[in-house]
Design a protein around this ligand. Structure first.
Ligand code: SUG
Length: 418
């Protein structure tokens, strides 16, 4: 079978909550202290996967991590019962659902050895995400275990922050052709941390064996980070030969666009001017945190959060875009409000891997029937609601652990060490 894009969505974990842990992520700060609804959150994510399958896309999953993270708490000199509320919230975080931060992926046509390379992200910038990588790495090693087709790398060492595919884009004429890979990094300067370090991006590109002549390192604008674009995928997304971006996403867009035109003359840049959509509106609506996909009939579609329709300047611009002659022809709206309230849109929830599905462990691929199986587990086991002050409850911990165990069982992944 030919190489196809597989979207691996994170299943929203049973400990999903709003503890306000991510400095620089405006939605996370805004919703701090709210009551979260893990069951509804997971069902929303599964409905998005279902809708994407119905569109003809190939769908994969990654699993919630074991929470609380007892191993990590022990290394922090604590256990869950004895931890202070902040340490407890870090240990209970369900943030692994945002699999755009799981790894950076370079498909086989881009790499020197012709294998698909994945580097697990270290996520060292945020305490609650800094202990995700062992759980992610274990899943990647299982899902992409075939050494003839995949190489899975350990994370880049600290202190060089790496947040994975959320700061990485590809432009290519077809999935079988080498692409231009674009690594977007930040530099501090504004009120918020820059979470992607250029040294980490360079390390990933080198270990993937990318051709330096087809690899770009591009700086995110300080204004974008200051406005709440804690990852580049909040202000830009690529697919095929299309770059869909806000005018203020990059520190030097003119030289970046010139490099792209030189490396890929067929590139189509859809730039949204700040005069039509402010950075604030772009980030409020998450119009760029969309899945830009090619449907089986070749049409390019943007899978957007419902919130994009609620910001008039954004919706007007999108309507004008569709009415025009541009490369993006279709808009699809999805409800992922529970995730959005923590700053995670449709694109945050998925990791793109270009591969032959037959080379992937089938337990990480889903069709409508397997989605239904997961929905049944979620409906039966996921907590209906969690308020941050409940994160210390022993009964909640027991429910969260039982819920994950039931999911592993249903997916034939019990006993794999995950
Ligand atoms: O890392 N939110 C995540 C959202 C990640 C979005 N991913 C991409 N843009 N690809 C983050 O900031 C909030 C958790 C909390 O506050 O409890 C959080 O971690």
């Amino acid at each position: 079978m030919a190489l196809v894009e597989i979207n691996f969505d994170g299943i929203v974990g049973p400990s999903h909550n709003y503890a306000g842990l991510s400095l620089g992520n405006l939605a996370s700060a805004r919703n701090k202290g709210e009551t979260a609804h893990p069951r509804a959150a997971a069902l929303q994510g599964l409905a998005k996967m279902r809708a994407n399958i119905a569109l003809g896309l190939t769908q994969g999953i990654l699993l919630p991590h074991a929470r609380p993270d007892h191993d990590w708490l022990a290394r922090m000199g604590s256990d869950h019962g004895g931890a202070d509320p902040l340490l407890r919230a870090w240990a209970m975080s369900a943030a692994a659902m945002w699999t755009a931060n799981a790894a950076t992926v370079s498909p086989a046509p881009d790499t020197a050895d012709g294998r698909c390379h994945l580097t697990c992200a270290n996520l060292v910038s945020m305490p609650h995400r800094s202990h995700e990588w062992p759980g992610t790495l274990a899943q990647l090693r299982l899902a992409f275990a075939d050494p003839a087709h995949f190489t899975v790398h350990n994370p880049v060492p600290a202190p060089f922050g790496d947040e994975g595919a959320a700061n990485h884009m590809r432009l290519c004429a077809s999935h079988d052709a080498p692409s231009v890979e674009i690594f977007v990094y930040g530099q501090s300067g504004g009120p918020f941390p820059a979470r992607q370090h250029v040294a980490a991006s360079r390390a990933v590109a080198a270990s993937h064996g990318l051709d330096p002549a087809r690899t770009l390192f591009v700086q995110q604008s300080v204004e974008a980070i200051a406005a709440g674009a804690f990852h580049n995928d909040v202000v830009a997304v690529t697919n095929g030969t299309v770059l869909f971006t806000h005018e203020q996403a990059f520190a030097a867009n003119n030289s970046f666009y010139a490099d792209l035109a030189r490396l890929m003359p067929s590139v189509q840049i859809v730039e949204v001017p700040a005069a039509r959509v402010s950075l604030a509106d772009a980030i409020r609506s998450y119009m760029f945190n969309a899945q830009l996909v090619t449907l089986p009939d070749g049409v390019s579609a943007l899978i957007l959060p419902d919130e994009a329709r609620e910001v008039p300047a954004v919706w007007d611009w999108l309507q004008d875009m569709i009415a025009g002659n541009g490369p993006i022809r279709r808009l699809e709206l999805v409800n992922v409000r529970q995730s959005m309230s923590n700053g995670g849109g449709p694109a945050c929830l998925r990791l793109r891997v270009v591969a032959d599905p037959l080379t992937v462990d089938p337990r990480f691929l889903v069709d409508a029937e397997r989605i239904a199986r997961i929905e049944a587990v979620v409906s039966a086991f996921w907590p209906e609601s969690i308020a941050p002050e409940q994160l210390g409850d022993a009964a909640l911990v027991a429910q969260v652990e039982a819920a994950r165990a039931a999911l592993l069982d249903a997916l034939d992944l019990a006993g794999t060490g995950l």
